[in-house]
Design a protein around this ligand. Structure first.
Ligand SMILES: Nc1ncnc2c1ncn2[C@@H]1O[C@H](COP(=O)(O)OP(=O)(O)OP(=O)(O)O)[C@@H](O)[C@H]1O
Ligand SMILES: [Mg+2]
Length: 264
């Protein structure tokens, strides 16, 4: 759609763990400010792809670039919220938010002030000196996201950030994330198992398939923004969801093999 230079680009990125091909050669280009979700069955290589983009895993093939610079195998170029992102229970909310700076040698006063401002802006101003144990699940997720935001990277990788939340909290968090995204104009790549979530949030949805993990299709979500709750029940929304499910189930292992009919 856009002629802007890529914010993030994967070219022929692949990875194997011993004999296991976790990711077949993969190309993906993401524009500045885009919101892209990645869906696909467990084990199809989503987290592997994120670890490679984040530079914590060096791929066995291909290269990753951010703003046209080769960052393959280089950590710290993008903000990354891991699939199992734990807050440190012995650190306060503020200390958790500025953890990135702390690990780099100590959070400055300015960085701490920014951390407080971030917490205030996103509704946790009263909790900066609390410990994670005093927070609800949704609040903890927000702190983990703020910690990712506080790394000041244009690209954010979020690996199933809302996976553990109940559906109402999850929906509130989705709204919150969209407001953060609109305000901060970052580029977001988001892994989820929830197809509704992927469609609701994204400009494009990347559908992956396993063995070896690869991108099967990339779908545009042409639903205008802002997206009201009511868009979740429109035929347009259902059609995209259906298309994604068809791609995923087309390749699903055939339990009770030989089922002639296609579809859900
Ligand atoms: N450190 C590792 N050593 C060996 N194999 C690994 C390692 N990490 C991942 N794998 C394998 O690579 C494949 C892809 O794993 P990955 O974690 O990327 O999947 P995923 O799509 O994130 O799955 P999920 O949806 O369950 O989080 C799997 O077959 C997995 O067993
Ligand atoms: Mg994963």
């Amino acid at each position: 759609m856009t002629t802007a230079p890529a914010k993030l680009a994967l070219s022929r990125v692949s990875h194997r763990f011993g004999e296991t091909v976790a990711l077949a050669p993969t190309d993906l280009t993401i524009a500045p400010g885009e919101f892209v979700s990645v869906v696909g069955p467990s084990g199809c290589g989503k987290s592997t792809m994120f670890n490679i983009i984040a530079g914590v895993l060096t791929p066995t093939g291909g290269r990753v670039s951010v703003d046209g610079r080769d960052v393959t195998g280089r950590a710290g170029e993008v903000g990354y919220m891991l699939q199992k992102d734990l807050l440190l229970p012995w650190r306060t909310v503020l200390e958790n938010i500025v953890l990135g700076a702390t690990l780099k040698g100590g959070a400055s006063r300015k960085e701490r002030e920014e951390g407080v401002a971030l917490a205030r802006r996103y509704g946790l101003g009263d909790f900066v000196n609390h410990y994670p144990a005093a927070l609800s699940g949704g609040m903890r997720q927000r702190v983990a996201l703020m910690r990712t935001l506080a790394m000041h990277r244009d690209v954010l990788l979020l690996d199933e950030p809302f996976g553990a939340l109940d559906s109402q909290t999850r929906f509130a968090m989705q709204q919150w994330l969209l407001s953060v995204w609109e305000r901060e104009r970052r580029t977001i790549v988001f892994v989820t198992h929830d197809i509704d979530e992927s469609v609701y949030l994204s400009d494009r949805v990347v559908v992956m398939s396993p063995r070896p993990g690869r991108i099967r299709r990339i779908l545009e979500v042409p639903i205008p923004r802002p997206r009201p709750v009511s868009c979740l029940t429109t035929p347009e929304f259902a059609a995209i969801k259906r298309e994604i499910l068809d791609i995923i189930y087309e390749e699903a292992p055939q339990i009770g093999a030989g089922t002639p009919e296609t579809g859900a």
